[in-house]
Design a binder for this molecule. Sequence first.
Ligand code: ATP
Ligand code: MG
Length: 272
Amino acid sequence: MSDPQSSADPLLRVRDLRIEVPGGAEAVRGVSFDVAPGEAVGLVGESGSGKTLTCRAVLGVLAPGCAVTGGSIEFDGRELTGLSHKEWEAVRGTGIGAVFQDPASYLNPSLTIGGQLAEVLRVKRGLGRRAARERALELLTSMELRDPARVYGQYPHELSGGMLQRVMIAIAVSCAPRLLIADEATTALDVTVQAEVLELLNRLRGEHRLSVVLVSHDLAVIAETCDRVAVLYRGEIVETGPTAEVLAAPRHAYTRELLREAREFSPAGAAA
Ligand SMILES: Nc1ncnc2c1ncn2[C@@H]1O[C@H](COP(=O)(O)OP(=O)(O)OP(=O)(O)O)[C@@H](O)[C@H]1O
Ligand SMILES: [Mg+2]
């Protein structure tokens, strides 16, 4: 599609990505986009258009029966498709972090928040017990949780959705990734908390020159956060470009439709 490139040396370079789902249907059909260092790229599109499959492919965590059948995913110049399970683990641990819509399902209900975060730091960063504990508390503090020391000792079920998402972001950035994938990470949160979590993401992005791939149904969220946007429709990118340009003058009928729906949903026209 038109101009998927953003720079000569992108951090993430996806080319002609094809993904099949169980039953053999091709749900992602030749998706290409780049993410430059420090850049935030939004993926939008109707339900079922292939946003999550694309994210999961980049993370190497496609569901059983789903498979990359073509194309390339290059991260920092390295081809990721075809990596072994172990090699993927290493890339996920230190190169690419992820935050999803349902943080609770990624946390162990029977371990404290601090315990889980410290464990990640021990395993992935090789910190000793004490250093891991200290770093975990530091991370929770930098997530702007009101009482980080208390949260450290709490269990997932004791936290609100917004707090859990901050914990997930802490886990995602604990290994100093260069790319963060946020798939509907704020969708389940109420508007105020959503704005706070987005602000946190933006701050982390600035502080660590983190690249971001942000999936959202909410064009206002995309407009606020993303430098560029790619619009998916039935497994293909139908439009891509600087967010302000695409939202101000959408070329594709489907993008215009998305914008129209967004305005109807939010009469203030926040996305426009
Ligand atoms: N594990 C799976 N088994 C079968 N089909 C799947 C699977 N995962 C995804 N699909 C199909 O692939 C298509 C794209 O799915 P995907 O989850 O990427 O959509 P999405 O754009 O993230 O949608 P949403 O906005 O609802 O999250 C859909 O038609 C979906 O039904
Ligand atoms: Mg999805």
